[in-house]
Design a protein around this ligand. Structure first.
Ligand SMILES: Nc1ncnc2c1ncn2[C@@H]1O[C@H](COP(=O)(O)OP(=O)(O)O)[C@@H](O)[C@H]1O
Ligand SMILES: [Mg+2]
Length: 310
């Protein structure tokens, strides 16, 4: 049984006075295995939040269907087994962090002893123990985000949905969030999240899907969708006379002078071999050679850019 499955999931919003339909999600087919960390990425307006809202049953599909843990998205028993962090969590300003968790704990039917210990445990886990008794109106965006994550984990969910969990967090906070998500995976939880912070996604996800304008443009394991072969070889050299530069140029994708050094990049191993030979013969000196692999960001720009042109 998959953790999450969408089949032809489609959402049209009606916009404006004339209720003109706007397709926010267009026949999305996805399957997320249990225990995976799955990332949904895409530019603003791609349909990421819409996908999560459809999965949460907060909006209804125009076409298609979705299942979580094998159950339709309106199944109440299934809902007890999932957690959700909305894109912009809004909590009542005059509650403290601890009171909020206590309140949600009541909604989940936890006993008062359980609520107390679970709140302490989660506040510590997301790093806001010191703000446990501070009213939420005094929380920063990052603290609210952390509390939202604690809330999403309160019922020990089997599948957690996080909408932009890294937003509002500084680099340390993002690192902590990454560790937390890994820890969840370690305890068997499936994590489905969307984000536009690509380096975090690249580090964290087993698989990613790229959405653009409501359509799926790529999906797969990081190792499958990123070209693992080396993309370019970057070279820094000095003692490159004008004559040598002329010989190097045709072998390079780019070549620029930076002070008395030359920085060049080769698209192919063979070009690099030839450039290195020219350098040796022409009296140049090789200072560094760096193989550069394709990143998720490169792929993202290519996939989303390609479509923008068509
Ligand atoms: N309630 C709504 N009514 C009308 N259009 C909406 C609504 N929510 C989202 N949209 C539109 O649907 C598209 C996808 O939005 P969204 O799912 O929020 O994207 P993302 O989370 O990837 O930024 C956008 O064009 C957005 O303007
Ligand atoms: Mg969004």
């Amino acid at each position: 049984m998959s953790a999450v499955e969408t089949i032809g999931l489609t959402k049209d919003y009606e916009v404006g006075f004339l209720k003109k339909p706007h397709r926010a999600l267009d026949h999305l087919d996805l399957e997320v295995e249990q225990g995976e960390i799955f990332g949904l990425i895409g530019p603003n307006g791609a349909g990421k939040t819409t996908t999560l809202k459809l999965l949460m049953g907060l909006v209804f599909p125009t076409e298609g269907e979705a299942r979580i843990l094998g159950k339709p998205v309106d199944d109440r028993r299934m809902k007890a087994e999932i957690g959700y962090l909305p894109e912009q969590p809004y909590f009542y300003d005059y509650l403290t962090g601890r009171e909020l968790l206590n309140y949600f704990g009541q909604l989940f039917g936890l006993s008062s002893a359980e609520r107390r210990s679970r709140a302490d445990e989660l506040l510590a886990k997301v790093g806001i123990t010191s703000a446990a008794d501070v009213q939420l109106r005094k929380y920063s965006k990052g603290m609210t985000q952390r509390l939202g994550v604690a809330q999403a984990l309160l019922n020990r969910p089997r599948v957690v949905f996080l909408d932009e969990p890294m937003s509002g967090l500084d680099p340390v906070g993002r690192r902590e969030m990454t560790l937390l998500v890994r820890e969840l995976q370690g305890s068997g939880v499936t994590v489905f999240f969307c984000s536009h912070i690509l380096p975090d996604v690249e580090q964290l996800c087993d698989r990613v899907a790229i959405l653009d304008k409501g359509k799926l443009v790529a999906v797969g394991r990081m190792s499958e969708i990123l070209d693992v072969s080396i993309d370019t070889i970057e070279v820094v050299a000095d003692n490159v006379e004008a004559e040598l530069e002329v010989k190097l140029r045709p072998l390079c994708r780019s070549l620029e002078r930076v002070g008395d050094r030359v920085r060049l990049s080769c698209a192919e191993q063979a070009d690099f071999d030839d450039a290195a030979a020219e350098l040796m013969q022409g009296g140049g000196r090789l200072l560094s050679v760096t193989p550069v692999k394709q990143t998720l960001e490169d792929l993202f720009v290519r996939k989303v850019g390609e479509k923008a042109q068509t």
